[in-house]
Design a protein around this ligand. Structure first.
Ligand code: ADP
Ligand code: MG
Length: 679
C-alpha cells in the first residue's frame, strides 16, 4: 500500500533519487515539507506588478528575439489582455524554451518583477503555455527540497498520493496537543502541503504558525525519544569499573611543573567518577583552545592503567598525534607506563611491533591517528578510548570505535564549544564537562587586521621578534579548490620569506610531507632551531609550542571562524605577549567583513562558536551535514525553544506511561532504523 514503486510513473532511477532525499515510505513523503511556497492562485495585471515581488502574469508573446551581444540572451515581450507590457529575459535557455516562447504564444509566467532596461522585466521566470480556460491553482504552490532529476511536479504528485494513501491519524493522545494548543496532524499536513490562497506567504516562511509548530514539536519529540532510547541502551551495557587507585595519577600530578586550574580539577573529578561506574562513560570534554585538556586526558588514561586496563588516544592529524605521543611519553614513561605509537604511515616493522604490543597488553597506552581503530588493531583489554578534537572525526569513525568488542569508556575532547541549545538538541546522549578557565599567566593574544597591501610592516615585525629569540607561524591560505595549489602557495611563501628574511631559519610544514619529515620540522621548531614556521592549515588543531608568540594568517577572509580561532590559539601559550596578524585581501565581502569583525572582537571560543553557528547553520557547524545522519529539518532549536522544553517533558512521560505510542511515533518520524543520535 505504502510502497512508492507501485505508483504509476515512478521508475527505478526515480526511486533511487527519492531514497537520496530519505523518501522511501508514504510517511516520509508526508513529512517532506516545503522549503517555501509561491502564489500561483491568481494572475496579476502587469501594470500592478511591484518591484521585488513575485507574481504570476499571463499574456501573449508579441515579440521574441535571441541576442548574441552583449551576451547571449533570449528576450520576449509579453502583453496581457489589458495592454500591460513586460519583458522576459533568459540568459541560459534551451531550444525548447525558444520554441515555446515564440510570437503569438499565450504564456503564463511566474517570477519576480524588477526594473530592466526597457521597463519592468522578469529574469528567468517559470513559464508554461496557457491553454484556454486553464484553471488557476486552488492553493499556494509548495516548493520542495529536491535533487537533480526529480521535478517539483513529480514531488507534488507523490505528496498528493501520500496525503491520500498515507496514515494521517494521531498516534499520541490528543490531550497532549490540546494542552500545547497545537492542531491535528492531518490538518497541519494538508495545510502545509497546500495552504489556502489567502494564507500570508510571510507567515509560512517564518514557520511560526500553528501547523509548522505542530510538526516541529513532533520532530523534536522524536529526537528526544530517540536520544533517551540510546541513553537507556548505554546504561544497560557493561563496562569495566575503573576505580581510582591514585598511585599513578597522583605521581603524575606531583611531577607536573604546574598545578591544575580549578576547572581542570572539577572536570577530572567528574571523569574519575564516571570511570569507576560499571557503565560505559560517554563524556564530552569541552574547553577552549589552550585550556589544558591534554593533562586531564592523561590522568583519565592513568586511572584505566592503574586498574590493569589499556587506554587509547586518537587524534585527527599525524602532527597532533605525534605531539601527544611525545608529551605523554615524557609524562608517563618516568612513571613506568609503556607508551606506544601507532599510525598508518609508520614503517611496517614498527607497526607490526606496536600492533603486537597492543594485542598482548604490553602497550598500556597507544597513541595515534585513526589508524588506531582500524580492523587489524586488536586491544588485549581496552578500558578507555580518548578522542581528541572530536569534532574533526566523522560520525562513522566514532561508531567504528564503539563497535570494537566490549564497550570501552569514551572520553571525547573538543575545542569547538557547542552552544547550549545545540548541545541539548544534538548531544543529549553525552555527558558534558566544560573547562571554563584558562591556566594562569597567559597573555591575551592581540589580534590585528591588516590589509594585504601592508604585509611589509608585518614582515618587519616578524623579523624583529625572531631576532629577539621569539618564534612565529606564517599560515598559508586555505585553497579549497585545490590541494596542489595550496601546496604551491606554501612553497612559494617559504621561498619568498627565506629571501626576505636572511639570517632566520625558516621551516615549512604541509599536508603532503611524509610524517617523519613533518615530525623533523616540528621537532626543530619545538627546539627553537627553526624561528619561523611556514605552514598550511595542518597546524590548525592542538599544536603546542609555548615559545611561539606571533602568528600571521594569510587570506584570513577565506577561513572559517572556528578555524581562525583554533589557529590563533597556537600562540599566547607562553608568558610573552602574543599577536596574531590577520592579512586580508581588499575589498572584503560583507560576510567576510562580518567574520573578521567577530574574530577581532572576541577571544572567547563560546562567543565565536555562537556567531559561527549563526553564520553557517548547525549542519555545517557540527560537521555532520555530510555524515548521513538526519538533522532536524523542521524544528529550529532557538526559535522553537519552548517546544523543545515541552518535548523533553513529554518524552519522559510517554516512555513511562505509553512506551508503545512512543515507539510508533519514532517509526513515523525515523523509520525502522533511523536515529537522531550522533555519537
Ligand atoms: P588544549 O586544551 O587546547 O588541548 P593543552 O592541553 O595543549 O590545551 O594545554 C596547553 C598548554 O597549557 C600546554 O603546554 C599545557 O602543558 C599547559 N597547561 C595545561 N594546564 C596548565 C595549568 N593548569 N597551568 C599551567 N599550564 C598548563
Ligand atoms: Mg588539545
Amino acid at each position: 500500500m505504502s510502497d512508492l514503486s507501485t505508483i504509476k510513473g515512478v521508475t527505478k532511477p526515480m526511486l533511487a533519487r527519492l531514497a537520496k532525499l530519505g523518501l522511501q515510505r508514504a510517511d516520509d513523503l508526508l513529512l517532506h515539507l516545503p522549503l517555501r511556497h509561491v502564489d500561483e492562485t491568481r494572475l496579476t495585471p502587469i501594470r500592478d506588478l511591484r518591484v521585488g515581488e513575485q507574481a504570476q502574469v499571463e499574456g501573449e508573446i508579441i515579440h521574441a528575439e535571441t541576442l548574441s551581444r552583449p551576451r547571449r540572451a533570449l528576450i520576449c515581450q509579453l502583453q496581457d489582455d489589458v495592454g500591460g507590457l513586460l519583458h522576459l529575459r533568459f540568459l541560459h535557455f534551451y531550444p525548447s524554451q525558444v520554441a515555446m516562447l515564440k510570437t503569438g504564444a499565450r504564456i503564463r509566467a511566474f517570477g519576480e518583477a524588477r526594473p530592466g532596461f526597457f521597463g519592468l522585466e522578469m529574469v528567468h521566470p517559470q513559464c508554461h503555455v496557457a491553454r484556454d480556460e486553464m484553471p488557476l491553482s486552488a492553493a499556494l504552490t509548495p516548493i520542495y527540497p529536491t535533487t537533480a532529476g526529480l521535478s517539483q511536479a513529480m514531488l507534488r504528485k507523490l505528496v498528493r498520493w501520500a496525503l491520500q494513501q498515507g496514515d494521517l491519524g494521531e498516534i499520541l493522545p490528543t490531550a497532549i496537543y490540546a494542552g500545547l494548543q497545537l492542531p491535528d496532524f492531518a490538518v497541519s499536513l494538508n495545510f502545509l502541503h497546500g495552504p489556502p490562497p489567502d494564507t500570508p506567504i510571510e507567515s509560512l516562511q517564518q514557520r511560526s504558525g500553528p501547523a509548522w509548530r505542530r510538526l516541529a514539536f513532533d520532530e523534536l519529540l522524536a529526537q528526544q525519544l530517540s536520544m533517551r532510547r540510546h541513553h537507556a541502551r548505554r546504561r544497560s551495557q557493561g563496562a569495566p569499573r575503573l576505580e581510582p587507585q591514585r598511585y599513578l595519577t597522583n605521581a603524575l600530578l606531583d611531577a607536573l611543573p604546574f598545578v591544575m586550574t580549578g576547572a581542570q580539577q572539577r572536570v577530572w573529578a567528574q571523569i574519575s567518577l564516571d570511570l569507576s561506574t560499571p557503565h560505559p562513560m560517554q563524556r564530552l570534554l569541552q574547553g577552549d583552545v589552550g585550556s589544558g585538556k591534554t593533562i586531564v586526558s592523561a590522568l583519565a588514561a592513568l586511572q584505566a592503567i592503574e586498574n590493569g586496563w589499556q587506554a587509547a588516544l586518537m587524534a585527527p592529524t599525524e602532527i597532533l598525534a605525534e605531539q601527544h605521543y611525545r608529551k605523554l611519553h615524557d609524562w608517563l614513561t618516568p612513571l613506568g607506563v609503556n607508551v606506544y605509537w601507532l599510525s598508518g604511515t609508520q614503517t611496517k616493522v614498527m607497526r607490526t611491533a606496536s600492533l603486537a604490543a597492543v594485542a598482548d597488553g604490553t602497550a598500556q597506552i597507544a597513541i595515534g591517528t585513526h589508524a588506531l581503530f582500524q580492523e587489524q588493531v586488536q586491544f588485549a583489554k581496552l578500558g578507555l578510548a580518548i578522542i581528541d578534537e572530536q569534532h574533526r572525526f566523522g560520525v562513522h569513525q566514532r561508531l567504528a570505535l564503539r563497535q570494537k568488542g566490549r564497550l570501552p569508556h569514551q572520553l571525547m575532547m573538543s575545542a569547538t564549544p557547542i552552544p547550549r541549545t545545540l548541545a541539548m538538541g544534538y548531544y543529549a546522549d553525552l555527558d558534558v564537562s566544560v573547562i571554563d578557565e584558562l591556566p594562569p599567566g597567559r597573555t591575551p593574544v592581540v589580534t590585528k587586521l591588516v590589509s594585504d597591501s601592508r604585509r611589509g610592516e608585518v614582515l618587519t615585525r616578524v623579523r624583529d621578534a625572531c631576532q629577539q629569540g621569539r618564534q612565529a607561524y606564517w599560515v598559508c591560505p586555505l585553497i579549497e579548490e585545490s590541494e596542489a595549489l595550496q601546496l604551491k602557495t606554501a612553497l612559494e611563501t617559504h621561498e619568498l620569506l627565506t629571501a626576505a628574511l636572511p639570517g632566520l631559519n625558516i621551516g615549512l610544514v604541509h599536508g603532503r610531507m611524509k610524517p617523519n619529515e613533518k615530525q623533523a620540522v616540528m621537532q626543530a621548531f619545538n627546539a627553537n632551531e627553526v624561528h619561523l614556521l611556514v605552514a598550511t592549515t595542518v597546524i590548525e588543531v592542538g599544536v603546542d609550542v609555548p615559545n611561539a608568540s606571533l602568528m600571521v594568517i594569510e587570506h584570513a577572509e577565506r577561513m572559517g571562524l572556528s578555524q581562525l580561532h583554533q589557529l590563533r590559539g597556537r600562540v599566547g601559550r607562553g608568558s610573552t605577549e602574543s599577536a596574531c596578524f590577520l592579512l586580508f585581501q581588499a575589498p572584503l565581502s560583507d560576510t567576510a567583513r562580518a567574520r573578521l569583525k567577530i574574530i577581532f572582537e572576541n577571544t572567547d571560543g563560546f562567543a565565536i562558536a555562537r556567531a559561527d553557528l549563526n553564520l553557517r547553520g548547525p549542519g555545517e557547524f557540527l560537521g555532520i551535514r555530510q555524515s548521513g545522519v538526519p538533522l532536524l529539518k523542521i524544528a529550529d532549536l532557538e526559535r522553537d525553544a519552548d517546544l523543545l522544553e515541552a518535548a523533553r517533558k513529554i518524552a519522559d512521560q510517554l516512555l513511562r506511561e505509553q512506551p508503545q505510542a512512543a515507539e510508533l511515533h519514532l517509526q513515523r518520524w525515523l523509520g525502522q532504523t533511523g536515529d537522531y543520535v550522533k555519537v
